[in-house]
Write a protein that binds this ligand. Structure first.
Ligand SMILES: CC(C)(COP(=O)(O)OP(=O)(O)OC[C@H]1O[C@@H](n2cnc3c(N)ncnc32)[C@H](O)[C@@H]1OP(=O)(O)O)[C@@H](O)C(=O)NCCC(=O)NCCS
Length: 145
């Protein structure tokens, strides 16, 4: 695959990221209006990285600073047309590198159930559960860095 260009997000990217996130989550078949209203509440005041192909943003990820040696991967979204092309892997590895550079020994997140196989492929394991904004029980996954 062509390696994406990964760069920090700027405020000018935020509306594109909101739309991409809607499309990415809706891709799993959830209710359109539920996903739309959830995407409207996204907050981008975090460390955010975007992946570009040909100058177009095709994915993004957000990282929280380490807390007790663990960084949280807060979001990871690939636009539907770019799913299964290796973009998620590239961005996940970038986030892991950033977390390691920040001094974390592990990266952790609440996983979308449809994405668990991807994260297992990234070397992660399920370490617990959490209740999501939608009241679902989600696996908490973690990878050692
Ligand atoms: C989950 C997601 C981030 C993965 O990124 P991606 O770019 O599609 O994944 P990659 O192409 O890097 O996949 C690498 C490998 O992981 C595995 N994999 C990828 N997605 C998978 C899935 N949904 N289920 C099981 N295994 C998966 C495959 O082995 C894949 O290799 P292959 O395509 O050669 O078989 C992306 O599909 C996505 O954004 N999905 C919709 C939104 C979402 O669920 N985000 C996660 C929120 S926690």
């Amino acid at each position: 695959m062509t390696e994406p260009r990964v760069r920090p997000a700027t405020p000018a990217d935020h509306e594109r990221l909101r739309e991409l996130t809607f499309e990415s989550k809706f891709h799993w078949g959830y209710d359109r209006e539920l996903v739309r209203s959830w995407a409207a509440t996204l907050d981008f005041a975090r460390e955010i990285w975007v992946a570009e192909l040909g100058g177009e943003i095709v994915a993004w990820a957000a990282l929280r600073p380490p807390d007790d040696g663990v960084c949280e991967l807060d979001d990871l979204w690939v636009e539907p047309a770019a799913i299964r092309t290796g973009i998620g892997t590239a961005l996940f590895r970038h986030a892991a590198d950033r977390a390691r550079a920040a001094g974390a020994h592990a990266l952790r997140w609440e996983a979308e159930p449809n994405a668990v196989g991807f994260y297992e492929r990234m070397g992660a394991e399920t370490v617990g559960t959490a209740t999501s904004e939608w009241g679902r029980t989600l696996p908490v996954m973690q990878v050692e860095l």
